[in-house]
Design a protein around this ligand. Structure first.
Ligand code: 5CA
Length: 157
């Protein structure tokens, strides 16, 4: 089965950066961290959740890549973003990233995004991230996340 155009965008972005990771997409949902973990047979903590926030003052987009096992404490992010932040609405997410909620990948966004990385993800050897759609994921080395995303490693929970 060929990848959908959104998943193919992620596959192309990976290839352009020299990664050999393979986006897999099928009919089974990987919309939530729990579904993704069940689909690929890993711990929920190994799923990279992509949450988009928005600066209340600047309007900037902020991407938090967090372990599927963790709940983000917004107060922690505020300190790094240096302003109040709120959850981004779906239209803003699509406009900034080019992807819909539930499939936002860690790379290949339409516009560069200020990115923070959950330190807990780095405890794993392999992690699984969204591949552009709610049915697409790819496995990657956790230690590559920082370089791939340019994200700052922080405590999120
Ligand atoms: N494909 C999976 C695992 S790789 C995935 O993308 N999971 S996720 O957690 O990164 O993406 C869904 C997240 O988007 C949910 O955790 C949820 O907190 C958030 N979300 C869902 N609906 C909305 C909404 N209407 N507005 C803002 N955020 C939302």
């Amino acid at each position: 089965m060929p990848l959908s155009s959104s998943a193919q965008k992620v596959q192309d972005a990976l290839k352009n950066l020299g990664y050999h990771y393979e986006v897999i997409e099928d009919s089974e949902s990987t919309r939530t961290a729990e579904e993704a973990a069940a689909r690929v047979g890993c711990e929920v903590g190994q799923i990279v959740k992509s949450l988009i926030f928005q600066g209340k003052k600047s309007g900037k987009a902020i991407l938090i890549l967090t372990s599927g096992a963790n709940r983000v404490d917004v107060k922690r992010i505020k300190v790094h973003a240096e302003e109040k932040i709120g959850r981004a609405d779906p239209a803003f997410v699509r406009e900034r990233t080019g992807f819909a909620i539930g499939g936002i990948p860690p790379l290949g966004h339409l516009h560069p995004i200020e990115t923070y990385l959950d330190e807990d993800l780095l405890r794993f050897e392999d992690v699984w991230a969204a591949g552009g759609t709610p049915n697409a994921v790819f496995k990657m080395d956790a230690k590559e996340l920082e370089k791939m995303t340019g994200g700052k490693v922080i405590i999120v929970k």
